[in-house]
Design a binder for this molecule. Structure first.
Ligand code: AMP
Ligand code: TRP
Length: 345
């Protein structure tokens, strides 16, 4: 068991396994932050017993900012190809597209009626995105976390693997879950966030978290030469200016990435040689580049292969949609009945 107590005790469905649900927006070009904060962890969870994993491409979330409707479908396929190439085995995980299961938006509306406005107003992602998209601060952007809560609760998921920046949204999902259950009866178990060991990867500028909008990323599909070039100019310990200067791995972004990609014995060596001044940042970056590309090369190649086989990816998404709809349909029958919607019965 991954959770200490049976999370479904007392809930209507007889599910015995922990359901895992997570999602990402359909950006085909994921970056190392998405990989280390989310995708890599999703893959680790697949191997555990007692787990029913569902992963969703949240296209309905993507429309809350300006977007190009012509390229959205291919971005969805590309994102699915990247998930599979990154290790999400479709035999072990249900992979599907959010908008193909309309119950997500239906449940979001119902949950909105138990969501306090004040809680939504406090969401830091809403504040950040409103600053970035001043011309288009729409109600969808504001209620984004309610749709996210619906994504999770619709499947009665108990484990939600995400990066640090989504924890606040998850706290709100838990609050919405409690409010709903206390008003209408026990329908949903409370979901828990699950963070990886690297829940907040900083950007190459060393100033803010790695994020597509900040242009400070290493892309999962970047070719090795580009990764090398990006790392060469990446920010390190500001007190280590030249070879011989003692460094401080605990504050160095390059060292954090080594922690994610290099084996433990290598880390010990890097730590000691950086502190003594014997290892310069240039060489440290070179060995990081080797470790990163060794892990990413097969993912990039497999993604490109899968993108060339959109029919296969589409078939995976068809099967995922059918399974997701089955679960979603059953939850919604329960929800509507408990809420007194429709004619009863
Ligand atoms: P997004 O690209 O915002 O849809 O994020 C998808 C997933 O990647 C979420 O679980 C995020 O928390 C995670 N994520 C995004 N950026 C980072 C980062 N810099 N460090 C760690 N996790 C991240
Ligand atoms: N809001 C998440 C992000 O931007 C994506 C997301 C949507 C999600 N629905 C979810 C993550 C449900 C976990 C569970 O990264």
């Amino acid at each position: 068991m991954l959770l200490a107590q049976d999370p479904h005790k007392g809930y209507p469905d007889a599910m015995k396994r922990n359901r895992v649900l997570s999602g990402m927006q359909p950006t085909g070009d994921l970056h190392l932050g998405n990989y280390l904060g989310a995708l890599k962890q999703w893959v680790v969870l697949l191997g555990k017993e007692d787990i029913d994993p569902l992963f969703c491409i949240v296209d309905a979330h993507a429309i809350t900012v300006e977007y190009d409707q012509k390229s959205l479908p291919s971005r969805v396929i590309d994102a699915a190809a990247t998930y599979i190439a990154g290790g999400l085995d479709p035999e072990k995980a249900t992979i599907f597209v959010q908008s193909e299961v309309p119950e997500h938006t239906e449940l979001a509306w119902y949950l909105a009626s138990v969501t306090p406005m004040g809680d939504l107003q406090r969401m830091t992602q809403f504040k950040e995105k409103s600053d970035q998209h001043k011309q288009n601060i729409n109600a969808g952007l504001f209620t984004y976390p309610v749709l996210m809560a619906a994504d999770i609760l619709l499947y009665r998921a108990t484990i939600v693997p995400v990066g640090n920046d989504q924890v606040q949204h998850l706290e709100l999902a838990r609050e919405i879950c409690r409010k709903f259950n206390s008003r209408f009866g026990k329908v949903f178990p409370e979901p828990q966030p699950r963070l990886s060991k690297t829940p907040r990867i900083m950007g190459l500028d060393g100033k803010s978290k790695m994020s597509k909008s900040k242009n400070n990323t290493i892309g999962l599909l970047d070719p090795p030469k580009l990764i090398e070039k990006k790392l060469r100019s990446a920010f390190t310990d500001p007190e280590k200016l030249r070879l011989g200067d003692p460094g401080h791995p605990e504050i160095c972004n390059i060292y954090t990435l080594h922690e994610a990609f290099s084996p433990p014995e290598e880390l010990l060596k890097i730590d000691a040689a950086c502190r003594s001044g014997e290892l310069g940042c240039g060489d440290c970056k070179k060995s990081l580049c080797g470790a990163v590309t060794a892990e990413l090369d097969p993912i990039r190649e497999r993604t490109l292969e899968l993108r060339a086989k959109p029919q296969y990816v589409s078939d995976v998404l068809d099967a995922g949609r059918d399974r997701a709809r089955e679960i979603a349909g059953s939850t919604m029958n329960d929800v509507r009945r408990k809420m007194g919607l429709g004619r009863g019965g």
